[in-house]
Write a protein that binds this ligand. Sequence first.
Ligand code: NI
Length: 147
Amino acid sequence: MAIRNIVKDGDPVLRKICRSVISFDEKLATLIDDMLDTMYEANGVGLAAPQVGILRRICVIDVGNGPIELVNPAIISEEGEQIGDEGCLSIPGQSGLVKRPLRVKVKAQDRNGKTFEVSGEGLLARAFCHEIDHLNGILYKDKVIRG
Ligand code: NI
């Protein structure tokens, strides 16, 4: 396990569309472990692969209830809305108000390729949306309604 460098806003890698993971191998496991280490070391609640320079559809989240690893995630349903403050490890020292769904359900694969579904509400729903946006080259600041 290792801490990786977090790419900062302005780096074009953050604006690319990530490709799906097709190999569920040791390299993927190492990347996910490193992403978790990097997220915890930076005191973040989420981290997406492009933030460590990898253009693959992978993100990790921990809003305080343990790590969630998402490979090839997709939001399959959402309801309600919430407006709240959001930040990003790639945009240090800043935050802004973003409108997100209150509840989302995500379908993803784990590091072994097994498909699962996970639901989130509040901060967890926000984290799912924020991290999955990263996989499509979208940053929270694109959606800020008030900085
Ligand atoms: Ni972010």
